[in-house]
Every structure is written in structure tokens, then in C-alpha cells.
Design a protein around this ligand. Structure first.
Ligand SMILES: [Zn+2]
Length: 337
């Protein structure tokens, strides 16, 4: 999806987050709001296939969303949203990673087609981390089988588990669909039965930090490390022996060189999305559906929320989205890992 669009989306997201933040962890944000501008994610307009973490030059915050992914490049829907860009909080803007920040800035400039590479090693200097740009640190923006060209989709739900997770699991079961749940550590600790059911139903888990910090990339490295590793531990403990947590999704899609590396070292693949339903903003069921339908392409990853506040609209939208996906010939897949 075009970067611009993204930005807009991000701004909106930010707005939503701010609102949602009342509840502390809550922020629904999947959407990139965080503002980090770090654009790790989106390949500039291009499809580069994957997810590279490269950022868009513009510094923009293209974070999470868009990737190219299998879905091919630019997700269409996008353009449309551009216009409406709300003035929301400036999130994005600021983004440009402060010079000093470890992760931040560097991400920026990969040639459109280039894979994650980017970060200038120099910047990472102080960090006690291993080689920058270790393989596999790029953000995933497509389904596992997406590269093969199948008509697949990966559903992802953020900020839970919580009061709406059970209804979402019921719907998934009804359509024999599987999804990936990006969980907040303490939420998992507080709802171990839900985590166990998620896994028992054949769904998968993703680490969405302990406190949902936004922006995340400006935190000291030790704090970023804690956010990721402690959340993984909480989710794993809640799920019980053998529980696997396979991905890490930065709050608001605020991926940085640093947090991607921390995640990978902890066995987690950074996970983005290509379709932001913006359900976190509770725009109404019809709008959530319209967002999903207009932006989705085969191999895409849909972002929705099962936590972070009142998710009744998300549940109602999912009840209509699932049959639509089936009717369109989509099969449910997990993100690439
Ligand atoms: Zn979130």
C-alpha cells in the first residue's frame, strides 16, 4: 500500500490509540500509530515482495501496514483512504527517528526493492546486539503460503486476550478458520484459559509486548528487550507446556532495527499486516468490512482486535467477513514465519 495511505492510516490509528489508551494497555493499536515513524515496514510502493523491513525513505511512518507481500504490491484500497486523512495526532511525523535512536533512523532507505537490509551498521554501535540485519529480521507481510500464489489470508487479532476473544474463537470455529493472536503479556497471564483455547483450537500466538508502549522504538534497549521477552514468557506460561509463540508485533507497527533483532533473538519473527480494518476506532461494522474488502489481496494479513476495549463491532464484522472470505475463495493461513 502506498506509503501515503499508510500514513494516513497511521494517523488515524494514532488517534484511536490515544483514545483507547485510557485503559493503559489497551490501546488498540494495532495500527501503526505509534508514531514511530520508523518505517520499517512498508516497502515503499513497491512490492518488494516481502516484507522487507526497509523503510520508506520518506521517513514516514509506514509502519505496519502495508507491506507488500505476496499480496503484491500495493494494496489497492489504499488510495482511497488517503484523502480522508484525518488530522490526527501527528504521530507519524515526528517519527523520523531521532538521530540518536538506535533503531530508528536507520531503517530508512532501502531501495524500494531491497530487502530489509538497510540499517547502517554504524548506528547500532552501542548496542550489545549481534550483527545488524541478521537474516530473518524483516517484517512479515504475507501468509506462509502467499509466495506460492494461493488465495490465502491470515487473520490476526491484537491486544487480547479479553472479553471478546471467546466470541471470536467461536466464529473462527464455525468457519473452520484459524487466526493468529498477538497478545499482551499481562492479558495472557490474566486469561490463561483463553490462551489455552486459542492454541487448542489450532490458532497461533504472537507477542505484542507487556505494556504496549508507543512509540516503542524510543525506549532504551533494555526496556524494549523486557517488553518482548517478558511478554513471551507470560504468554508461554499462560498457554502451558509446549506453547509456541512464533511472532512479535510491535505496538502500532513500530518496528525498529532494535526491536526486530531482539525479537528474532528470542525466536520471534516480526509480524506486520497488509490490511488495517481500523476496527480499533469502532467506525461501525459496515466500515470495518469495507476496509477489509477493499484492501485485501491474496496472501494478505488482516489486522483486527480482540482486546483493548469494546470490540463488539469487531466481532460483528468478523461474523460477516468470514463467510465473505469463504465465498471469495480464500483459505485461512498463518503468516509466514
Ligand atoms: Zn496493539
Amino acid at each position: 500500500m502506498p506509503v501515503r495511505t499508510h500514513r494516513t492510516v497511521l494517523r488515524r490509528a494514532a488517534a484511536g490509540c490515544v483514545a483507547a489508551l485510557t485503559l493503559a494497555l489497551a490501546c488498540a493499536c494495532g495500527p501503526g500509530s505509534g508514531g514511530s515513524g520508523q518505517a520499517v515496514g512498508t516497502p515503499a510502493a513497491g512490492p518488494s515482495g516481502s516484507a522487507s523491513a526497509g523503510a520508506t525513505p520518506s521517513g514516514a511512518a509506514s509502519t505496519g501496514a502495508a507491506g507488500s507481500g505476496a499480496a503484491g504490491a500495493t494494496p489497492s484500497g489504499s488510495a482511497s483512504s488517503t484523502s480522508s486523512s484525518p488530522s490526527g495526532p501527528a504521530t507519524g511525523s515526528a517519527s523520523a527517528p531521532a538521530p540518536g535512536t538506535p533503531s530508528g533512523g536507520t531503517t530508512g532507505t532501502p531501495a524500494p526493492g531491497q530487502p530489509s537490509g538497510n540499517q547502517a551498521p554504524a548506528t547500532t554501535a552501542a548496542a550489545p546486539r549481534p550483527a545488524p540485519d541478521a537474516p530473518g529480521t524483516s517484517v512479515v507481510y504475507r501468509t506462509a503460503s502467499g509466495a506460492a500464489g494461493g488465495k490465502t489470508v491470515a487473520l490476526t487479532f491484537d491486544d487480547g486476550p479479553g472479553p471478546y476473544t471467546g466470541q471470536i474463537l467461536d466464529l473462527l470455529d464455525q468457519y473452520h478458520a484459524k487466526a493468529t493472536f498477538c497478545e499482551i503479556g499481562p492479558q495472557a497471564s490474566a486469561n490463561p484459559a483463553l490462551v489455552k483455547r486459542i492454541v487448542a483450537d489450532g490458532n497461533r500466538l504472537c507477542d505484542h509486548t507487556v505494556h504496549h508502549p508507543q512509540p516503542m522504538h524510543t525506549l532504551p534497549l533494555d526496556k524494549q528487550t523486557y517488553e518482548i521477552t517478558a511478554a513471551k514468557d507470560m504468554i508461554t506460561r499462560a498457554g502451558g507446556p509446549g506453547t509456541q509463540v512464533s511472532w512479535f508485533r510491535a505496538p502500532g507497527g513500530d518496528f525498529s532495527t532494535a526491536n526486530r533483532q531482539i525479537a528474532v533473538q528470542d525466536g520471534l519473527r516480526p509480524l506486520g499486516w497488509t490490511v488495517d480494518t481500523r476496527d480499533w476506532a469502532r467506525p461501525g461494522v459496515d466500515q470495518i468490512l469495507a476496509n477489509a474488502k477493499s484492501e485485501l489481496k491474496p496472501g494478505g494479513i488482516i489486522l483486527m482486535h480482540d482486546g483493548g476495549g469494546d470490540r463488539s463491532q469487531s466481532v460483528a464484522a468478523l461474523a460477516q467477513l468470514l463467510p465473505w472470505l469463504v465465498q471469495q475463495g480464500y483459505t485461512f493461513d498463518f503468516p509466514a514465519s
